[in-house]
Structures are given as C-alpha cells and as structure tokens.
Design a binder for this molecule. Structure first.
Ligand SMILES: Cc1ncc(COP(=O)(O)O)c(C=O)c1O
Length: 364
C-alpha cells in the first residue's frame, strides 16, 4: 500500500482554546495574540444576516483588497487574501518550492516554517544566531544566501522571537544583493503597519510579504491574512488559492478592524508601555530583555548557567514560550499586549530572582 509522507507536526507558539473549556487562572504570556477585541469588529459581527451563513462568498473580496493595497502603496492585484498568515505561508511554499528547491531558514525564528520547508522534501540550510539579542545583520543573511546557494528564504519580520524588525532599506539591500533568491517576509506579528516593506514588491520581483489579521487587528479566531506579491507572480498565486479560502464573517471583521484606528493606536500604546515597565523591572536583575520590540513579542533571556527561565516562571503560574521552541538554549518569549498580565509577571520577579540566584560554592 502507498505510505503517507510524514513530517513533524506543525507547531505554533500559542495556546489553542477549546470552545467548551473554562478559561484558566494561569498567567498566559505564551501566545502572540492581541488581548482585547475591537468594538467595531464586535458590532459588525453582531446578528449576521442568514445569507452570510448560507452562501459562499468571494474570498478575494475586492474592497478589502483595495483597502490593503492603498495602505501598502501597491496595486490591488498584488493583494491575495488567505486563511491567516498560515495560509499565505502554505501557498508561498506550494507555488515556489518543491524537492529541487534549496530552502533557507533562520534560527531563532517562528517554528511554524519548519513543517512547510520539510514538506517540500527539498534541501534545507539554517543560519544560526545564538547571541543575545538574537538579531541577524543584513550582511549575515546575504553571506548565508550567497555562500550556501539558497533559492527560497522564509523569515518573520518583526522577529517572532524578539520583536526586532529589519527596516525597508535593510530588506531592499538583501533583495538587491541576492536577486536570484525569493525572500518570503512574514510580517504577521507587526504592530506598525506603516513600517511594512511590502511596497518593495513594486520594484523587486524576488520578494513576497505575508500579513495577518490575527494579532494587531485582533482576529485570530476568524482566520484571515494576506499575501502581497510582485505583479509577475500574483496570477500564479491567485490560481492556486482556494476560491473558498475565507469565511464571510472574517471578511466583514477585517473591514471593521482596518477602520478602527483608535483600537490600533491603543494596542501600540499598550505594547510600548508594557515593554518599558518590564525593562525597568528587570533592570539590575539576572534577566535581560531583547530591546526595541516592534510587535507583541519580547524575549527574556538569562545567562546559560542559570536555571531555565520558562520552568522557573511556570512554577510560579506564569507561562511563556521556552527558548528551545525557537532554537535557543536560554530564556523565553512573552506576549507584551496585556498590561494586567505584564504586571503579574513583574510581581513574580523577586521570587524569580531568588530561584535564579546561583548558590555560592561552600568555603573549603
Ligand atoms: C510569524 C508568524 N507567522 C504566522 C503566524 C500565524 O498567523 P495566523 O494566525 O495569521 O495564521 C504567526 C502566529 O501564530 C506568527 O507569529
């Protein structure tokens, strides 16, 4: 009998909730979602008409694509709506990668890329950055791609581990230096839409950008995201994306979320304030925090000889994503969006400090 082709399960650094399960009391900083929904989204979804439930709806809603195109300074045909950023990642691999493709992954990075890379059965090479604050320089990427002969690179920007972000100029330098390589830049975690590099697709044909409504716009449960492509590739992607990719409610919610500038501003403010409070709180302790986060995520790190931070925090009721899930030996990722949870984390720091304190060796 024909055997199934199996790869390690897709693993996403978040918590999947069951509809029937009561919310727990633990301090959950392990996800990378927004913590509050837009009121305009909730209003738009209240009492949907039966047609929205009964009918099939065009997944490539032209008004939503037009809004996204205008926001990014690109043409409407360059925007393709997908089921979350995850859909965009899957279609990027389906259209551009197969067993002959040499794929480049970065470590640390979002662990969900691995499945799609392995699914191609092609060659995979990895570039590692093990030193705090785990940020790759543009030259490191360029050298890696050129020296290893990579065809296809996928990476998150901002980094899904640390929240750090390459500027548009930095991405452009990479695209120019490696014109034969396709770069898939996953902006799913971005909270500053104006800093998107997606307009580079007007000039360069070797980049795709992925966006999400799951985080900044607070719609994880509705599954909507998008791919931004150079004109040269848009039709190839459009032909592959399922015509029934999206639900009607996700399209309606995305319209409302894009219009809700107040909600977006409040999210940015909350993240900035929480990062600052945390930076102040860890100052002078054994914990350091990756600076300049530009998304919900920030990375707490410790020296390698100390006990594992995610285990210590877990024992105190605080869940973070352990560094090993991103390919790191120390520390862990936290969600910065929720002030109450950040305060709870800060409240545990004296106990964390005690647990991390290295017991001095007894005098001889
Ligand atoms: C970098 C990155 N890419 C993709 C995803 C998946 O996002 P979505 O819920 O839009 O599929 C996430 C979040 O889980 C992410 O952090």
């Amino acid at each position: 009998m024909i055997a199934p082709f199996s790869v390690p399960a897709i693993w996403m650094p978040t918590r999947f909730h069951d509809i029937d399960t009561e919310p727990g009391t633990r301090c959950n900083l392990a996800g990378c979602e927004n913590y509050v929904a837009s009121d305009r989204v909730l209003e738009a979804l209240a009492a949907p008409s039966p047609d929205l439930v009964i009918d099939h709806w065009d997944s490539q809603d032209s008004t939503l694509r037009r809004k996204l195109a205008d926001a990014h300074g690109i043409g409407v045909d360059q925007v393709l709506l997908t089921s979350g950023a995850t859909g965009g990642i899957r279609y990027a691999f389906e259209v551009f990668a197969d067993t002959h493709t040499h794929i480049g992954l970065l470590t640390p990075d979002w662990p969900g890329f691995r499945f799609y890379a392995e699914r191609t059965r092609g060659k995979i090479s990895r570039l590692h950055c093990r030193d705090f604050p785990f940020h790759f320089d543009v030259d490191d990427i360029i050298d890696f791609v050129r020296e290893t002969g990579i065809d296809f690179v996928i990476t998150s920007n901002p980094s899904a581990v640390t929240g750090r972000m390459w500027s548009t100029d930095e991405i452009e330098a990479i695209l120019i230096a490696c014109p034969e390589t396709l770069f898939v830049i996953d902006e799913a975690d971005a909270i500053y839409p104006r800093r998107s590099g997606a307009a580079l697709t007007n000039t360069y044909s070797n980049a795709l950008f992925i966006g999400s409504f799951s985080k900044f716009y607070g719609l994880s449960g509705l599954r909507i995201g998008y791919l931004i492509s150079p004109d040269a590739h848009a039709d190839h992607l459009a032909r592959t994306i399922s015509p029934a990719e999206l639900t009607s409610l996700s399209i309606i919610a995305a319209h409302a979320a894009l219009e809700d500038g107040d909600y977006q501003f409040r999210t940015q403010q909350a993240v900035e304030r929480n990062l600052l409070s945390l930076q102040r709180a860890v100052d002078g302790t054994a914990i350091r925090i990756a600076p300049n986060s530009q998304c919900f995520a920030a990375y707490l790190d410790t020296a390698a000889h100390l006990p594992d931070l995610s285990t210590v925090l877990g024992g105190l009721g605080v869940d973070i994503v352990a560094g090993r899930h991103f390919g790191l030996d120390t520390g862990g990722r936290i969600n910065l969006s929720n002030p109450a949870l950040i305060d709870r984390l800060i409240g545990t720091l004296p106990e964390v400090e005690q647990a991390l304190a290295v017991t001095p060796a007894a005098p001889e």
